[in-house]
Design a protein. Structure first.
Length: 251
């Protein structure tokens, strides 16, 4: 695994993490691997070599195994007996379901948050929206997008709801990056963010809930279609290769 996986900033963070409890180290490794998957440095189906990762981070195998377990629970990694860990394949059905769940949870959260926002919190959401709208890097856009969405619900005193939202965002990160494969969708998404924030500023609960739910459901459907079309394109090629194998073994 290449050192470019974490970069200089990641390496500095890891040096600090070495002096913290082991759980912090495994969490840092999980975060670095997750970021590499979102950025496309680690591709779906790619093997994750435990020994190589341990050497890169200068740790034993134990925190790496813990990182794998964490990522597996979040849907990022698949572990199979005798084959080890690999980056999970992308699933159209999973992507759509994640966004359906997010639509329900975030509609609830924004309804609870509307009357709790202040001019300061709304200004913060505005700054995060602008940062996301002008972010050309797919990996950084994923971060900016989550920051904006979570800022909409931040005033709500519902820790378990916010925890669930964070989990769904993490599970959806690798799919959100696909929107850059549909250039026109990025602009449409930014416009929908503007409308959601405008409804929040106007204290219009019904519109805010409707807009955020519609925005997330549309994102899920677009990603579902994108992955379904991609699978339909590659499946015939794979089928032809499989049919050719027996012929190559004859004679």
């Amino acid at each position: 695994m290449s050192k470019s996986l974490v970069g200089e900033a990641g390496a500095a963070t890891f040096r600090d993490a070495q002096f913290e409890p082991r759980q912090s180290t495994s969490r840092y490794i999980a975060d670095a691997l997750r970021a590499a998957i979102v950025a496309g440095s680690l591709l779906p189906g790619e093997p994750l070599r435990q020994d190589a990762i341990a050497r890169q981070f200068s740790v034993s195998a134990i925190p790496v195994r813990e990182a794998f377990r964490q990522l597996e629970s979040e849907g990022w990694v698949t572990t199979e007996p005798n084959r080890g860990a690999s980056v999970s394949l992308q699933s159209a059905d999973e992507a759509r379901e994640i966004y359906e769940i997010r639509a329900s949870l975030e509609s609830l959260a924004i309804g609870l948050a509307v009357d709790l926002h202040t001019p300061q919190t709304l200004a913060h959401s505005r700054a995060l929206l602008d940062a996301a709208a002008h972010e050309p890097d797919p990996a950084l856009y994923v971060v900016r997008n989550e920051q904006f969405h979570m800022s909409l619900y931040a005033p709500v005193d519902r820790p378990r709801l916010m925890e669930l939202l964070g989990q769904m965002h993490r599970r959806g990160e690798r799919y959100l990056r696909l929107k850059f494969g549909v250039p026109q969708f990025k602009g449409q998404s930014d416009n929908e963010h503007e409308a959601i924030l405008a409804a929040l500023i106007a204290r219009d609960i019904e519109s805010a809930q409707m807009l955020v739910a519609r925005h997330l459901l549309a994102t899920g459907e677009l990603i579902y279609q994108f992955l379904t079309d991609a699978q339909a394109t590659t499946q015939p090629k794979l089928t032809k290769k499989r049919r050719a194998l027996p012929k190559q073994g004859q004679g």
